[in-house]
Design a protein around this ligand. Sequence first.
Ligand SMILES: [Zn+2]
Length: 70
Amino acid sequence: MGFCNSCGRPIVKEDYGTNEDGSLNPEFCKDCYQDGKYTEPDITLTEMIVRKSKEMMEKNPRLPETTATG
Ligand SMILES: [Zn+2]
């Protein structure tokens, strides 16, 4: 098991992304990386982190912002 280098979620073999030749790419999950390409090529890592911390804030509204972003 590893972690997706793009979104950071834990991934098992079934979640691995795929390379252009169809082989598995254990660096990324299939939501982020398919057929040798990022599924969201325009998003930057910073934007992804901001998006994830916003999601966390929405799921845990009582969590102090310093904890979510820190
Ligand atoms: Zn991912």
